[in-house]
Design a protein around this ligand. Structure first.
Ligand code: FES
Ligand SMILES: [Fe+2]
Length: 372
């Protein structure tokens, strides 16, 4: 498990920052070459890294029963991830072994995958069950023509996949648990932005822009440039306090609970983020389409609630639309505006300072991993 601060330590640190007009600081300034947001070679190297790294695919509650599946691209590869008849989650390359058609589409619940092209049929464990007109393929061994499996693992409320290597709980030992089965999956949202995936990721990793970029949206509720930044492995956790956290000052330190009083963002290296908001949480995957285009794949679940009070889907949906209006759209627009300016060569590098510690950690980790 990651050695992350508990609630009362986080609150202590936030109060100390508020009282002293300080924030968590990194120890260095990072200059990231602008070419890394534009270059095709760099993009392809990053895609290869995504394929050989265990990355979150979806919350486990998004695959609630045997036969539940989600089909989507991950690092450019069409995958289908399905809970089998035995309850185990498996991941396959979504490519029929006849002529490559995708056998599953979007999400749903299936007893088997029937290819829409010529109806070759696969079991939920990937094996080839049926070929219409088998006589047309006299020498074909069905055992050799199951869907191609890639590694998948459920841990701490997320399904992880690794397309080019094994995945085991050791590889994820630093990653905390996020979601439980009490939380309800209520929506998948998808949208595309004309920006490099890293520019979009960077928007959620610092609180230095709260007052200027989110002046009328988030700043009335949240504090500017007051964040707690922790790193674990190549990942980080950034805690953004709401102004209403002040009400904890009268509560004994070990009884303080921060649910609903902060936004917590877990940056899961490289391209996923889990955000714990007031009444809902989201898993965001930044799926790179090209060096200058990114699809956001967002899975939303209700929060657990406290004191036995369950949070309804309606409350969670209201919370999600507040988040969209209170800054997410502004962050996305900023990333796209930055992308437009980059080819001008006004900047040879983007500069990340000591307030932007989590971003520095991200780029440092990415540079290291790409060099392996
Ligand atoms: S491509 Fe799937 S059955 Fe032909
Ligand atoms: Fe923002």
């Amino acid at each position: 498990m990651a050695a992350l601060l508990n609630d009362s330590d986080i609150v202590e640190r936030i109060f100390s920052h508020i009282d002293n007009k300080t924030t968590d600081l990194g120890d260095k300034v990072w200059r990231e070459p602008v070419s890394n947001y534009l270059s095709e070679d760099r993009f392809n190297a990053e895609l290869e890294l995504l394929k050989r790294t265990p990355v979150p695919f979806c919350p486990t509650v998004a695959l609630p029963e045997n036969g539940s599946y989600i089909a989507r691209k991950a690092a450019g590869t069409p995958l289908v991830v399905v809970r089998g008849d035995d309850g185990v989650v498996r991941a396959f390359i979504n490519s029929c072994r006849h002529r490559g058609m995708q056998v599953a589409n979007d999400s749903g619940c299936a007893r088997a995958f029937v290819c829409p092209y010529h109806a070759w049929t696969y079991g939920l464990d990937g094996h080839l069950k049926h070929i219409p007109g088998k006589d047309g393929f006299p020498d074909l061994d069905p055992k050799e023509h199951g869907l191609v499996e890639v590694s998948a693992l459920e841990q701490g409320g997320l399904v992880y996949v690794n397309q080019k290597g094994p995945i085991n709980s050791q590889a994820l030992e630093n990653i905390p648990d996020f979601f439980t089965s009490e939380q309800q999956y209520f929506k998948q949202v998808g949208f595309t932005d004309e920006a490099n995936w890293k520019l979009l990721a960077e928007t959620s990793m610092e609180g230095y822009h709260i007052k200027s970029l989110h002046k009328k949206s988030f700043y009335p509720y949240g504090l500017d440039n007051v964040t707690v930044v922790e790193t674990f492995g190549p990942n980080s956790r950034i805690t953004f306090p709401f102004r209403r956290i002040d009400k904890l000052r009268d509560i004994k330190s070990d009884e303080r609970r921060i649910d609903g009083l902060v936004t917590t963002v877990y940056q899961l290296f490289p391209n996923a983020q889990v955000s714990i908001l007031s009444k809902h949480s989201s898993l965001v995957i930044l799926e790179p389409i090209s060096a200058t285009r990114t699809q956001h794949v967002v899975y939303q679940v209700t929060n657990k609630g406290s004191g036995g009070v369950k949070i309804s889907v309606e409350q969670a949906e209201r919370d999600a639309s507040f988040v969209k209006d209170s800054g997410l759209d502004e962050d996305r627009a900023a990333a796209c505006a930055i992308q437009e300016s980059l080819p001008s060569e006004a900047n040879s590098h983007l500069t990340f300072g000591r307030f932007e510690k989590a971003i520095v950690h991200f780029h440092q980790s990415l540079t290291e991993q790409l060099a392996l």
